[in-house]
Design a protein around this ligand. Structure first.
Ligand code: WT7
Length: 658
């Protein structure tokens, strides 16, 4: 891949910023790609022609589904679209585990490694498809014996160890709905999520390793379960061998439970549109939303996008370095790769532990061919410098990926040069928990523009709308999706009104993504961040109001407003303005106490970087806190018209406090 350099040899970054500058993936990658093969089989010659043909979404998704999934009974209809609800592969009988595991058994693939596991302390494990299959079946049988039935919810609170995918697949196998809660979330965050979905069983472990310390998950689970009336059992996997508190009536050791269970378990034949999992994500209110995904369309969406965008082949070693507790891990560590029969790496710990070259060591050790990570991680490694990278042989890499936030050109270039050694195209993938699958992302045949997620995946129709709902070019607007897609969410668990309100009320029958984007003359999309009151901290979504609720739950706090501030490493960091209750003295110590309070309420990722005390917060006459005004003031920008505020003098307070 060559950068077409201007004659006067401009600064590379400046060159990259010019949108006309295209990066062409190397010819051999293009020619040998999965997508090219498919195009040849379908008489399609160019990328543009592919996008054009795929506008017939029923034809396209129906056609690609044949390559990745095997129905028990075929669909009667590809799509039924009754806005805002879509049903894909209507009438098909299916279970995603049939494709993720069952179909590989009895084929040479059963002996292929599904997961290489690398623990933080350096312990390793290797699980073949057959190993995984047997473990999943045993646990599935155990769950059944505990009375877990089709449609029941199971909470999973596990770190990055193979038991996490095993637990998910065991639930899916018997038709239960899993709800994974990220192991970095706190006990109270876990409790809220368990109670929202009414989980019958919770699966966790004693503790796990993070940055050389142990995180006591069982202890945190016990705290959560103090007020979780739906939970009948808690299954505990032994990761570290730590002593843990024990409730004889409720708790069960994973190992004891599966010991005598049969190695076969029948896979429940579900309807393709039956729910597979719930995954909570942050929205604009204080309460997280339980996004529901389904067996059939989700399988087609994640497997096809992974096969095409990251070009997964039989001999690839795929490393999606996200946590399975987020959608990235659900779709592209668990379901997508397993459906494709790929080999993946799972790493338990911190990226820079014990030294900043841990990742590069892992890539070298397992000969990883494709690495998928976030701009935040890339910026962290940039900070440590190239020396750490140079210690290891990264020549096995052929493709790189980015997700979670817009990738800044500096990080793009660094990633491209130092990790990809100017050989590997960078696939910048835009998507969301709600979309389940990549939506705007390049294929190996797509000319790249650094900083742009390029064009919608074939079969996806995205646009940028102005306030009136007209498509616009070369200006920021609302990113929308015009047609349903296979891995589209079914809605929110138990809250249909909020689903309609959040995505479908802004423009009729069009999905509002919640991002600001710009489409350039070549039809490339440039993502510019969230349009709503949702923060993006290190690629993680955190609702401003969730943090505010956490702060206000502290006995000394009267009111709080939370804004995001640009941050060199994290993309955005959390800044809180707090009004204390009458008579409470502000102090440095109290600031610390409040930061800690949020960490306990929500988890460490939500701990504010800065807490400032103010006497008042700018509000509208109806009493709504004006975050927009606070943010502008805090960042030294133009605050605009403040005449509509009930207390314009509070704006100056912000500047004084900061
Ligand atoms: C939000 C979704 C999807 C997996 C990770 C996050 C932002 C995601 C990109 C990208 C610019 C991106 C958006 C989106 N985002 N990928 N490639 N470029 N922004 O999932 O927690 O559901 O967050 O992440 O703002 O709306 P999520």
């Amino acid at each position: 891949m060559v950068i077409e350099m201007a004659e006067e040899k401009k600064d590379t970054i400046a060159v990259l910023l010019e949108e006309k500058r295209l990066f062409h993936p190397p010819e051999d990658i293009v020619e040998n790609s999965n997508v090219k093969k498919w195009m040849n089989e379908h008489g399609i010659e160019t990328y543009e022609e592919l996008l054009e043909k795929a506008k017939d979404i029923e034809w396209f998704w129906g056609e690609v589904s044949k390559d990745v999934v095997n129905w028990y009974e075929p669909p009667k209809k590809i799509l039924e679209w009754k806005p805002p609800y879509a049903e894909w592969f209507v009438g098909a009988k299916y279970n995603i585990v049939h494709d993720a595991l069952d179909k590989h058994i009895g084929t040479p693939r059963e002996n292929k490694v599904a997961y290489y596991f690398e623990g933080e302390p350096g312990d390793t494990r290797k699980l073949t498809y057959k190993d995984l299959y047997v473990r999943v079946n045993k646990l599935a049988n155990a769950l059944k014996d505990l009375g877990v039935k089709k449609g029941d919810r199971v909470g999973i609170y596990l770190p990055m160890i193979p038991e996490l995918p095993i637990a998910m697949l065991a639930c899916a196998k018997i038709g239960a709905i899993h709800s994974v809660v990220f192991s970095g979330f706190s006990a109270l965050a876990l409790r809220e999520r368990i109670n929202d979905c009414g989980a019958k069983v919770v699966i966790t472990c004693d503790s796990f390793y993070r940055r050389g310390k142990k995180v006591p998950l069982k202890k945190q689970t016990d705290e959560a379960l103090k007020e979780a009336p739906s939970v009948e059992h808690c299954i505990v996997y032994r990761r570290t061998g730590d002593e843990v508190p024990w409730n004889k009536e409720r708790d069960l050791w994973w190992d004891d439970l599966i010991k005598d269970k049969p190695e076969e378990c029948e896979t429940e034949k579900m309807d393709a549109n039956d729910p597979l999992f719930i995954l909570y994500t942050s929205g604009t209110t204080g309460k997280p939303k339980g996004v529901v995904h389904r067996h059939g369309g989700y399988a087609v969406g994640v497997a096809t996008t992974l096969k095409w965008v990251f070009d997964i082949k039989d001999d690839d070693i795929w490393w999606c370095a996200a946590d399975i507790g987020w959608i990235t891990g659900h779709s592209y560590i668990v379901y997508g790769p397993l459906i494709l029969g790929a080999t993946s790496v799972i790493y338990e710990g911190a990226p820079d532990y014990p030294k900043p070259d841990r990742w590069w060591e892992i890539i070298d050790k397992y000969k990883v061919t494709i690495l998928y990570t976030s701009p935040t991680s890339i910026r962290l490694f940039m900070k440590y410098g190239e020396e750490w990278v140079k210690k290891h042989d990264l020549s096995s890499l052929r493709l790189l990926g980015s997700v979670g936030e817009p990738i800044n050109p500096e990080a793009w270039i660094w990633y491209y040069k130092n990790i990809g050694k100017e050989r590997c195209p960078i696939m910048d993938t835009w998507w969301q928990t709600e979309t389940g699958q990549f939506m705007i992302a390049p294929l190996p045949i797509t000319p790249l523009k650094p900083g742009s997620a390029t064009k919608p995946f074939p079969g996806i129709q995205a646009e940028v709308f102005d306030a009136e709902g007209k498509p616009i070019k070369n200006a920021g607007g609302n990113l929308v999706i015009l047609k349903p897609w296979p891995a589209m969410l079914k809605g929110f668990y138990g809250d249909p009104e909020r689903y309609k309100q959040t995505y479908w009320s802004r423009y009729p029958n069009v999905y509002l993504a919640g991002d600001v984007a710009r489409k350039d003359d070549d039809g490339y999309f440039w993502l510019q961040g969230r349009a709503d009151d949702v923060l993006n901290v290190s690629g993680h979504r955190i609702g401003n109001s969730e943090v505010e609720s956490a702060l206000v739950s502290h006995p000394k706090v009267a009111e709080a407003a939370v804004i995001g501030k640009p941050h060199e490493l994290k993309g955005e960091c959390i800044v809180a303005y707090v009004v204390l209750k009458e008579g409470v003295e502000p102090s440095k110590q109290l600031k610390e106490e409040l930061r800690e309070h949020v960490a306990i309420q929500m988890g460490k990722i939500a701990r504010p970087d800065e807490v400032w005390f103010v006497k008042d917060l700018p509000k509208t006459r109806s009493g709504k806190i004006m975050r927009r005004v606070i943010r502008a003031k805090a960042l030294g920008q133009d605050v605009g018209d403040t005449s509509t505020l009930a207390n314009p003098e509070a704006v100056e307070e912000i500047a004084r406090a900061t």
